[in-house]
Design a binder for this molecule. Structure first.
Ligand code: CTP
Ligand code: CA
Length: 224
């Protein structure tokens, strides 16, 4: 196995992958989160390892075991995920953001459990840092890959994210009833600056392998 990994297309490279949802605490027993299972990100981490990379997987809470040979860093909130990524990213040639990071967190986390009193309760939210955009702004920076979870206008929305965040690649992901979150299969389209490339509909692991093969080709062809 070692010999095979040493000859893989990502041999000798370290890859940083984010995966899973984040949890944003409302009080000590409650949080805001989303339906991400972490499966796509864990499949990407596995595919990178199979391709010979040294893999660091920064993961929000999931029910999944880390793929063999992958170093797992567990986090809970978006702020913790950003800190973990910033501690690892300088040593990485490729960054792949598959996490479903909560876009907002409660403006304040109550120090004690909130008791029910009034009939209505407002919750003020503030924006979380964009981990992917933060990495893409670094100089020097790794080869930067984002995901885009979209329910409509998948390619147009994904291309807007590629441009706005200055990414090398966006893997556009159709989500909604029957596809995407919390499912074994998925459908991906790669959005490059110079075109779109459908990867089809398949299991998350199969799609991750196709995605990683294309990342390895483009990363290898990049100017040093
Ligand atoms: N992402 C991130 N940090 C955030 C939000 C998103 O790193 N705070 C990353 C995700 O991991 C994904 C990409 O950004 O790779 C796109 O996430 P997505 O939720 O599709 O897009 P957003 O930029 O958050 O925009 P919106 O949710 O409004 O569509
Ligand atoms: Ca988002």
């Amino acid at each position: 196995v070692q010999g095979l990994l040493e000859r893989g297309p990502l041999a000798g490279l370290r890859v940083l992958v984010t995966a899973g949802p984040t949890r944003e605490a409302i009080d000590p027993v409650r949080y805001i989160s989303n339906r991400s299972s972490g499966r796509m990100g864990y499949a990407v981490a596995q595919a990178c390892r199979e391709a010979g990379a040294e893999v660091v997987l920064v993961s929000g809470p999931t029910a999944l075991a880390p793929p063999p040979g992958v170093r797992l860093v567990r986090v809970e909130s978006a702020a913790e995920m950003l800190a973990a990524v910033e501690a690892e990213v300088d040593a990485c040639a490729i960054f792949i953001a598959a996490a479903a990071v909560a876009d907002y967190r409660p403006a304040e986390t109550a120090p004690a459990k909130i008791k029910k009193r009034a009939q209505r309760l407002g919750l003020e939210l503030v924006r979380n840092p964009d981990i992917l955009a933060t990495v893409a702004r670094r100089r020097p920076r790794p080869f930067v890959v984002g995901f885009a979870a979209e329910t409509e206008a998948v390619e147009a929305n994904a291309r807007a994210k590629l441009a706005a965040k200055g990414l090398d690649l966006v893997a556009a992901n159709r989500v909604g009833p029957g596809i995407g979150f919390d499912r074994e299969d998925n459908e991906l389209t790669l959005i490059w600056e110079d075109g779109a490339e459908p990867l089809g509909r398949a299991s998350k692991l199969e799609l991750a392998r196709r995605l990683v093969a294309r990342i390895a080709e483009r990363h290898g062809a990049r100017d040093p």
